[in-house]
Design a protein around this ligand. Structure first.
Ligand SMILES: Cc1cc2nc3c(=O)[nH]c(=O)nc-3n(C[C@H](O)[C@H](O)[C@H](O)COP(=O)(O)OP(=O)(O)OC[C@H]3O[C@@H](n4cnc5c(N)ncnc54)[C@H](O)[C@@H]3O)c2cc1C
Length: 376
């Protein structure tokens, strides 16, 4: 197949890039090593938030929440279960409030509508919260959506627009022709050619880019989620904590999806060497402690299932979204560091603009791949 663009990785970033490129009339091929949406994109907590984001990536979140998320159901022809009912980021100690205050001040300076509120004000918004919460940041335009439905909705619409998807193809190498990115090679020895190549393979991006001498410093970390049995409708806000160790929301179906980490996942003996994202024995318990401490009303809710997913963490915790200047035809979108779902539609839009050479909808200068290179 002769494509204009090869996209490596079938997560929300790869699928949304393929969709927005196909909408502009480009012929795309997505190559995915396992199944579409099998990475973090379908395993995440569904948070679509601007608050507590690094100001370097905040403009993408603000753009996506203003311009893309509100129309996504119509655009993709599927209910992605998007709720824009605000985000409460909770604090239980004075140190938590200090952390939240600093994050809030930086976001306010960047133009975001977010403020600090007291514990009682937070309980007015979400009356089920425990008395242990002494304050929170409140961003009324944040929200959440269903990650699996959204990721597969982009896939489905891209398919309808003629994007070709091949699963079970692990890319091991990019090949250059006359200094330009021109082909990718799989571990089965297959070669696919295109004028442009987007690397959107999460943590796998680093090894792929290394084959053409580009290094983006990434490491991976396990994060886990669980869902409760169905509860009566209680609240629609997205919830997080000052230390980002617990988050969650009630889904349209009525169950609660909560996530978090114990901090010990990477030391767990089954995970050190394994590639598969499996739940550890201790994280679900940590998340349950979070539920009991923050939402005692849910203390007896039964847990229906739990799962894990890898985060691709960049060295400065901010994504790499760029066109590679020294290798024409090569583009990078990775290192989303546990917050790439909410900006996924924005990143797909930006990748389509980078490939077609249009100005990007927001500035991405601070997200360049060469920010990690030693300066002479
Ligand atoms: C438990 C958990 C909770 C999270 N909560 C949130 C949240 O609430 N809000 C938020 O915004 N974000 C959240 N995130 C982060 C979010 O899920 C990711 O940032 C986002 O999904 C990144 O999308 P992606 O397409 O880059 O990566 P992925 O979905 O991981 O897709 C990358 C794809 O590339 C494929 N691939 C890798 N190597 C190769 C190769 N060599 N050849 C071919 N294919 C390859 C993988 O199989 C994978 O399918 C969470 C993540 C996890 C794990």
């Amino acid at each position: 197949m002769n494509a204009d663009v090869i996209i490596i990785g079938g997560g929300i970033i790869g699928n949304s890039s393929a969709y927005y490129l196909a909408k502009k009339g480009l012929k795309c091929l997505v190559l995915e090593q396992t199944m579409i949406g099998n990475g973090g994109s379908s395993r995440n907590g569904g948070g679509v938030r601007q608050s507590a984001r690094d100001v370097r990536e905040l403009p993408i979140a603000m753009y996506a929440i203003k311009n893309l998320w509100p129309n996504l159901n119509e655009e993709l022809g599927v209910d992605v279960e998007y709720h824009q009912d605000g985000n409460l980021r909770l604090g239980k100690t004075p140190a938590h409030l200090e952390t939240l205050k600093k994050l809030t001040q930086k976001s306010q300076a960047a133009g975001l509508d977010v403020k600090m509120i007291t514990g009682d004000e937070a309980r007015e918004i979400c009356p089920y919260m425990s008395q242990e919460v002494i304050g929170a940041s409140w961003c009324p335009t944040d929200g959440h959506a269903n990650p699996m439905i959204t990721t597969l909705a982009f896939y489905r619409r891209a398919l309808q627009l003629g994007v070709h998807f091949i699963t079970g193809e692990k890319i091991t190498k990019i090949e250059l022709h006359c200094g330009k990115a021109r082909a990718v090679v799989t571990d089965a020895g297959n070669t696919y050619e295109a004028e442009n190549i987007i690397v959107a393979a999460g943590y796998g991006s680093r090894a792929i880019l290394n084959t053409v001498g580009i290094d983006v410093p990434l490491y991976r970390m396990l994060n886990e989620c669980l869902v409760t049995e169905v509860q009566p409708p209680m609240f629609w806000q997205m919830l997080g904590t000052a230390e980002a160790d617990f988050y969650g929301h009630q889904t349209k179906h009525g169950s609660f999806a909560f996530g978090g980490s114990s901090g010990l996942e990477n030391y767990h003996k089954n995970h050190k060497e394994s590639d598969s994202a499996k739940s550890t024995s201790m994280t679900a318990e940590s998340i349950c402690r979070g539920i009991m401490k923050y939402f005692p009303v849910l203390a007896d809710a039964k847990i229906v299932r739990h799962w894990a997913g890898w985060l691709d963490i960049s060295a400065d915790q901010v994504p790499i979204i760029d066109k590679v200047n020294e290798i024409p035809g090569l583009f990078i979108a990775c290192g989303f560091t546990g917050h790439g779902f909410g900006i996924g539609p924005g990143v797909g839009t930006i990748m389509s603009e980078l490939v077609t050479g249009e100005p990007t909808c927001v500035r991405i200068d601070a997200l360049k791949y060469d920010r990690f290179c030693a300066k002479a």
